[in-house]
Design a protein around this ligand. Structure first.
Ligand code: PXG
Length: 461
């Protein structure tokens, strides 16, 4: 590929960035001390280039979103054409655009049949805000206005707007937001490595599900509107629940008439080897939140799909739903998402994830013999490596996130993007990754682990 960044004055960009850019999820003091940002200028397939010409293997698909990989001309062409035809019109007040309607139909076609209606947003956070608003209004319409409480998991991540952050279980985000919003609760996350103790993963899965039932009884089953979960918790560190967990959660929710929401913002559109994470994990949600992989990150767009049994009553009752964003169903983003889904289908990329899954898993499993690796796990093309100081007892290093940060920095400096969620290293490469590139991820990850080991050797138990 042609490298274009030769024409960019990177030093000037870095200077301007430090002077003017207020970054998300960044400690600006250390950011400035470290000399500002690394500037990413180009992408192709699974690779990125920075302003200094370094080639980096993106093991994270951007932020878990560039699923078809970088540099797909078809998406740019579709965006260009749509901008010329109609760059914008809204979907409020009984209007629509062709791409918005076609995309709603397409999303519905890849979901189980009961999901006939799709609401558009611009991000995962907005999808989750939308769902909370819908659910609470729905139960009022159904004559059960007391069903307003929503239960999520500790370290669940559902976005950064204030409702989505309350829904999530990231306590640091809660602390910065002031008083918690009423009606949000959090229960045990199904993370066997940290919380399973001597139990088998299957026993622990049932125990984590039982914590949900305990909370339901505490809040009062008649007051609980919904249970909210990512099929696999991504930002928490790719927590793959034991096989017993989701079926038991579903049983509990059905027992008390509680809706199940699957946040598919990371898992959706093929990441786990099936179209949706709930299909892989074996449960049947009532509502599905989507974003990221919907457009492979080429343009911002999110969506929510509702099961028929909800929309039937909701629509029949009438009355306006006072909710929507200017750019909901933006025609250019919708056209790009539509093309992205078409490419996933035409090139059988979801099937490709399933085919590559054992190879990806073997690459990770081969790292499990490393002295600071306690566990390596994956499903489809999403995986994690647990760092710890005692492989047998799974005891963590002191100061959560410190060693993960060291390992992440070694990775980045070696040319691999592997993210750290505290001391869990996570990977989610684009679906176009080849076996050779998976080998390369394994080689670079081991190199980073070796360097990290050298840094923390003295702390090992
Ligand atoms: N749900 C899930 C499951 C997510 O992972 C969101 C909702 C929110 O989506 P938006 O589009 O509003 O960001 C997410 C986002 C990380 C990281 O560090 C993860 C996300 C976002 C930013 C950083 O792993 N996930």
């Amino acid at each position: 590929m042609t490298i274009h960044q030769k024409n960019i004055n990177i030093e000037e960009i870095v200077k301007a960035d430090i002077a003017h850019h207020f970054h998300p999820f960044t400690d600006h003091k250390t950011f400035h001390e470290a000399g500002g940002p690394r500037v990413i200028t180009q992408g192709d397939g699974v690779y990125l280039w920075d302003g200094k010409g370094n080639k980096i293997l993106d093991g994270m698909s951007g932020l878990w979103c560039v699923n078809i990989g970088y540099g797909r001309k078809e998406l740019a062409e579709v965006a260009y054409k749509q901008m010329l035809d109609l760059p914008y019109y809204n979907t409020f007040f009984k209007t629509t655009t062709v791409p918005a309607t076609e995309l709603a139909e397409k999303i519905s076609s890849v979901l189980p049949k009961r999901f006939k209606h799709v609401f558009f947003t611009n991000s995962g956070s907005e999808s989750n805000d939308t769902i909370v608003r819908f659910i609470r209004h729905y139960w009022k319409l159904m004559g059960k206005p007391y069903r307003q409480h929503i239960i999520g998991r500790r370290r669940g991540y559902h976005g950064s707007t204030w409702v989505a952050a309350n829904l999530g279980g990231m306590t640091a985000m809660h602390e910065q937001g002031g008083d918690a919003l009423p009606g949000f609760h959090h229960v045990q996350q199904p993370h066997w490595f940290d919380f399973g103790g001597d139990k088998s993963p299957e026993e622990f899965g049932l125990e984590a599900a039982a914590d949900l039932e305990k909370k339901i009884l505490e809040v009062g089953p008649e007051n609980v509107a919904a249970f909210y979960g990512e099929p696999i918790q991504g930002a928490a560190g790719v927590l793959i629940p034991p096989s017993t967990y989701w079926p038991e959660v579903q049983k509990i929710c059905r027992k008390y008439g509680i809706l199940i929401v699957a946040d598919e913002v990371i898992c959706g559109f093929g990441r786990t080897g099936k179209w949706f994470g709930f299909e892989t994990m074996g449960f049947e949600p009532d509502i599905v939140a989507m974003a990221k992989g919907l457009s492979s990150g080429y343009l911002p767009i999110g969506a929510v799909a509702f099961s028929d049994h909800l929309t039937k009553d909701f629509f029949a009752k009438g009355g306006e739903f006072y909710h929507g964003m200017t750019y909901a169903g933006h025609p250019v983003a919708a056209a790009v998402a539509l093309k992205n889904l078409q490419i996933l289908q035409d090139e059988k990329l979801v099937e490709r994830v399933a085919e590559l899954a054992p190879y990806f898993s073997n690459m990770l499993k081969a790292l499990a013999d490393h002295p600071i690796v306690g566990e390596a796990r994956s499903v489809g093309l999403i995986g994690a490596i647990e760092l710890c100081k005692n492989k047998k007892t799974r005891e963590r290093f002191h100061e959560p996130g410190r060693v993960g940060g060291i390992c992440r920095d070694h990775c980045f400096n070696n040319g691999l993007i592997m993210r750290a969620c505290w001391d869990t290293m996570v990977l989610a490469p684009p679906f176009c990754v080849s076996k050779k590139e998976i080998d390369e991820i394994g080689r670079l990850a081991r190199l980073a682990l070796d360097k990290t080991h050298a840094d923390v050797k003295a702390e090992l138990a």
